[in-house]
Design a protein around this ligand. Structure first.
Ligand code: KG4
Ligand code: ZN
Length: 371
């Protein structure tokens, strides 16, 4: 298709999104209409999985270098697949954190350069806000909604009240759910990334054969903890070599993680309802772990029981991508929220800064949860 000019009469906003906060270099063009509908014109993702696999996890220096090497080509591919010229863009959205800061700087600098060259607005997007809107790439979801954000670096429950307005209801006190999947998978000898590998191994397994500890039973609020489960599963994995036993242990791990996510979400639903009354019962799950079928099914059951609608992003938008960054940028731009070219790359950037500052689970430093 020949490059098309934008159609300003429609009131649509067309944004380039750039994502480089972890181990995917991604660029996407998304068009959003004033009524909230959106269309993904392109979404290109270059995964670095092969580069990190020998180390069993993401190596920040390797990630940053790979982003530098691929970002220009990925952006060009996204523009070409969208069949648009840069002049047709209304703005450029780039992830500005939280994440591995070397990678974030690569994508943010690219975004700044394009915005400066075009004379168009820059929107510095919080990666978590991208995940928060990712389900809106596949379905119309009005604000407010209750969000369970579950990925490799994050595990939190948020009351999402509007563009950039989130109230944190709970978060992990140790590992994120994806991190628990990855570490347990590693202790079972599965390849990185462990979540999808563990889900494949668990297929057809009996989740009841191995008994794993239940965390935070009876604890008020909706924080999470996966470290006890991680230690217990790793210890069990040492003595389990038979293929059927391994399958059943994987199924038990997956069920235990799903159960905790569901239990804490159920508590958050009660808190959310107290804040919003009975009217807006929407529950959304997002982030890489939302790709897990057992997690989705368990959460859907809880949502149904509490009278909440349940939405998960299309599978391709569960894990890191730039379409969600472009959409978050478009929503911000429509609300008049843009950033200067001095926007900083932030390794840590909680969505609910007030709650993060008040909570001991969010101390700065290596041990603190990323957000
Ligand atoms: O959202 P994401 O791509 O990156 C972060 O922002 O962290 O999430 C990646 C995480 C990894 O921990 C990965 O193992 C997990 O999501 N994950 C899964 C599945 N697919 C990805 N966990 C369980 N089951 C899956 N199918
Ligand atoms: Zn992510």
């Amino acid at each position: 298709m020949a490059p098309q000019p934008n159609t300003p009469a429609s009131g649509a906003l067309t944004l380039l999104g750039i994502e480089t906060s972890c181990d995917e270099t991604a660029a996407s063009v998304v068009r959003r209409w004033p009524d909230g509908r959106c269309e993904v014109l392109s979404s290109i993702i270059s995964s670095q999985i092969a580069a990190h696999a020998p180390y069993g996890g993401v190596v920040p220096e390797i990630a940053a270098r790979a982003h530098v090497e691929t970002i220009d080509g990925i952006i060009a591919e996204a523009m070409s697949e969208a069949a648009l010229t840069f002049a047709a863009l209304d703005g450029v959205a780039a992830t500005a954190g939280p994440g591995l800061v070397g990678g974030v700087m690569v994508g943010l600098s690219a975004g700044k350069a394009i915005a400066l060259a075009l004379g168009k607005p820059l929107i510095a997007v919080n990666h978590l806000e991208g995940h928060a809107v990712s389900a809106r790439l596949g379905a119309r979801i009005d604000y407010p909604f209750l969000l369970l954000l579950v990925s490799g670096g994050h595990c939190q429950l948020l009351d999402v009240e509007g563009v950039g307005r989130c109230r944190r209801l709970g978060s992990t006190m140790d590992d994120a759910a994806g991190e628990a999947f990855d570490k347990i998978a590693k202790s079972m000898g599965l390849p990185y990334p462990g979540g999808p590998a563990l889900e494949r191994l668990a297929e057809g397994g009996d989740p009841m054969r191995f008994v794993l500890p239940r965390a935070l039973v009876g604890r008020q609020g909706c924080d999470f903890s996966f470290s006890g489960l991680k230690t217990a599963a790793a210890r069990m994995a040492e003595g389990v070599t038979d293929p059927v036993d391994r399958r059943d242990l994987a199924a038990a791990v997956q069920a235990a993680i799903s159960r905790q996510l569901a239990e804490r979400s159920e508590r958050a639903m009660a808190i959310y309802l107290r804040a919003h009354g009975g009217a807006e019962r929407r529950f959304v799950v997002a982030g890489g772990v939302a790709a897990n079928a057992t997690v989705r099914a368990t959460l859907q059951t809880v949502a149904g029981a509490q009278g909440f609608s349940f939405t998960a992003p299309p599978l391709v938008y569960c894990t890191d991508n730039a379409a969600m960054i472009a959409l978050a940028g478009a929503e911000r731009l429509a609300a008049g929220l843009t950033n200067g070219l001095d926007a900083a790359a932030r390794p840590r950037w909680p969505l609910d800064e007030t709650a993060a500052l008040a909570s001991p689970t969010h101390v700065p430093g290596r041990k603190g949860a990323k957000a």
